[in-house]
Design a protein around this ligand. Sequence first.
Ligand SMILES: *Cc1c(COP(=O)(O)O)cnc(C)c1O
Length: 694
Amino acid sequence: VGDLTGMEVANASMLDEATAAAEAMTLLQRANRKSKSERLLIDTDLFPQTRTLLYTRAEPLGIEIVEADLADGGLPEGDFFGVIVQQPGASGRIVDWAPVIEAAHERGALVAVGADLLALTLITPPGEQGADACFGTTQRFGVPLGFGGPHAGYLAVHTAHARQLPGRLVGVSVDADGNLAYRLALQTREQHIRREKATSNICTAQVLLAILAGMYASYHGADGLRSIARRVHGHAQWLAAGLGDAVVHQTYFDTVLVNVPGGAESIVAKAKGEGINLRLVDADHVAIACDEVTTDTHVVAVLDCFGAEVPVGPEGALFHGKQRPHIEVRTSEYLTAPAFTKYRTETAMLRYLRALSDKDIALDRSMIPLGSCTMKLNAAAEMEAITWPGFNRVHPYAPVEDAPGLIKLIEDLEGWLCAVTGYDRVSLQPNAGSQGEYAGLLAIRRYHLDRGDSHRDTCLIPSSAHGTNAASAAMVGMRVEIVKTSPNGDIDLDDLRAKIADHAERLACIMITYPSTHGVYEHEVAELCNLVHEAGGQVYVDGANLNALVGLARPGKFGGDVSHLNLHKTFCIPHGGGGPGVGPVAVREHLAQYLPGDPLVKGSHAVSAAMYGSASILPITWAYIRMMGADGLRRATLTAIASANYIARKLDPHFPVLYTGDNGMVAHECILDLREITKRTGVTVDDVAKRLAD
Ligand SMILES: *Cc1c(COP(=O)(O)O)cnc(C)c1O
């Protein structure tokens, strides 16, 4: 991604393109030390979902967004900390952004460009045009559309801004013996370290999808990608040649915008009759996008819908990417590392993948010494359906009537998750637990605002909470107040009462984890929820680890107003070395109207680029719940609790269990206290964890 965008450093496992744009926005603001402005300027030709997400994220942070057509005019009046444009634009046009970037810099603003990686194999990359950041998606590098996801987004910057990138960076180094080694070079996994001072809450990302896209690039290499891009562009050129004067933008890559005064709807309807979805832009405009899978037959069928003649094409070298097109002006090389030339046959690629996988310790050969307390086995029977084209070849914005199967599955799942959690409504849109937290806290914020309680901006968080809780609260503009834990590990109710009294009028909510991150069912949870409700606050129950509750207790019934769940933990979606995930947000009725809306609708408070987030992996959870049934789920929970208690009892004499409930029992996990052992022997927690992996 760094090579293709002309940048030096990239995070290529962002949640999706639209959230990467939102991260780019806050990155520009942080990185711009010269500007005090809180205004962001965006081009009108951004994808609608990108624009929606920018509005969602900007509002709680006090960022004001100004929209203008930047390709045709100069920058509007006033100060801006940043400018965001897109290449190619939503309308398909390619714009030379270099003058705009220069003008923005002169005015003290930094610039981020949303760019299509396949187009960048041909055109000049933003990094070479002076852009400060570049964002987008790697989806078209071999990842199924999947009705919205999962796909990996990316965010790339020049070295100067490397420390502002969200996530963790892997760097190339040498080990103690002088061998090539990869290590974590920059650990801005900041939500765990900086907590409420964090600037991003990203936790689960899109690691597996980043690997897929990386391997696609490795298999094709620079020349292969270039010829794919030429062919895609060739089909677009062929369409444009047939449509003639109706084509709006003369410089485009894969998308052709067509002007058909008053005729757009009938053309789109005609194409649909032929089994082709075209994009209805407005009553006068239709957009047609070509991709790697576009064929000559598609081109002929589409031209027929417009009543256009098919220009001589099938034999034309230009239309088949066999000739250098005029948009191909890129001069710099890319993907020159050996991995992009060494594995160009199916067997070579297979052996490469196998060799890499052999270096990993994963669930297929060992236990994982990580917080896997709530992760479930991903059975092949659960996984099989995600390979079906009916699920994974559906476009993110396909009309719902084209996806009745997925919609049925989504509705089933929403209903089942309501039944499991005791809440009234569920949104499957968030594509990670941290994203679910963000959506849930946004709902709480909007609830208070609608009631005229704009002063309610304080979020109470126990000191034991997962770090992402505090980071999410900060991102919705809340002030975080830490509640102490008592020596037995429970939330200190006296301190909670004091904090509620201190912040009475300003109390927005509390975020609790149940069972606590200490692995104990806290008996006072209902009382705790009452205290917060009586003070006018809402209760957020972090349900990332529902392993100890499914079938036994429901957060929506014991005091929660909103929770997120992690389908990639408790509900069998494999964790892919760090993603993909699904983090549904569940609410009681009074918050239902504040759930994330349609990302194509500006102001809908969407949190992901697609309505149902990572829709194509939902069949895994659907299959798990369907096969287990209510009894099976309950039995699984009881088994987990019994197993955790068995382990705790067996180990306690040697490795003391740190926290237990009043009855001496733990929930679905336990913490072992190694401090004495370390003091006596020098053996550390890491040593034990590594030995378990061995
Ligand atoms: C994993 C986890 C999260 C974050 O979920 P992601 O999907 O990783 O973003 C939040 N809270 C708790 C308690 C968790 O265990």
